[in-house]
Design a protein around this ligand. Structure first.
Ligand SMILES: [Mg+2]
Length: 243
């Protein structure tokens, strides 16, 4: 029985081409930081610290703690010194990136329906960003935190693992107080979302063209299609008397 719905954010709730978004993000960040630090070195250290977070596989430390341990010694500053700058960046520069994204039309009615039906709803985006960056993208997607009381948002402050480690999905289930079998993961990336979620025992819905093919040696997801297809899939599932 499905009790919790885990929604990936980028290219699930929000159209956001990462091949455009990440370079634009780094460029805006580099321009912003140039008044305070050599931007190339800053970005290099940032990428190294991000790699360290991506290696975090359910350790004792949050992803933020892992990031901090690599990043701040490398740039020779403390988080306390840099925090006001980060806050300024996310308040003034990050919003400029909205124009690179587009909401997925069904996202808002789907999230409204999930809450109305009493599901736990988690935003299961990769835990490499601070809450402020995730909250903004949720607003861009038309499903802002001010309106929807999500049961969990997997920001780097709270998670002890990142995708695609199965530990990330196990931690999400634990934080929701659910067995993995009571969770369904909805995401567009086979390697980051679907494979590891299934490895811990979750159900899966792959946001992908219905003709898209998965790796040949792996079992199919429980459902596949656009986000609107997932909404229909949930209705059918519910009508099947399984709730
Ligand atoms: Mg995604």
């Amino acid at each position: 029985m499905i009790r919790a719905v885990l929604l990936d954010l980028d290219n699930t709730l929000l159209e956001n081409d990462m091949e455009q978004f990440i370079p634009a993000y780094l460029e805006v960040l580099g321009r912003f930081i140039a008044d305070h630090y050599p931007p190339d070195a800053f970005i290099r250290h940032l990428m190294r610290a991000t790699d360290a977070m991506m290696a975090n596989n359910g350790s004792e430390r949050t992803n933020q703690e892992v990031f901090d341990a690599v990043f701040f010694p490398a740039i020779g500053r403390t988080r306390e010194e840099m925090e006001p700058l980060f806050e300024e960046f996310y308040a003034t520069c990050f919003p400029m990136l909205q124009s690179l994204t587009r909401p997925v039309r069904i996202a808002r009615p789907l999230v409204e329906w999930l809450f109305r039906q009493g599901f736990q709803v988690a935003i299961a985006t990769n835990a490499l960003f601070p809450r402020s960056a995730i909250d903004q993208r949720l607003a861009w997607a038309g499903v802002p935190v001010e309106e929807f009381p999500y049961h969990l948002i997997t920001s780097y402050e709270v998670m002890h693992a990142s995708k695609p480690h199965p530990a990330f999905f196990a931690e999400v289930a634990r934080m929701l107080g659910r067995a993995p079998e009571e969770c369904i993961m909805v995401g567009d990336d086979w390697k980051m979302d679907i494979r590891p979620a299934r490895q811990v025992g979750m159900q899966t819905f792959w946001i992908a063209d219905r003709k898209a093919s998965r790796p040949a040696d792996e079992p199919p997801p429980d459902g596949q299609g656009e986000l609107a297809d997932f909404a229909r899939w949930m209705l059918r599932w519910q009508e099947g008397g399984q709730i």
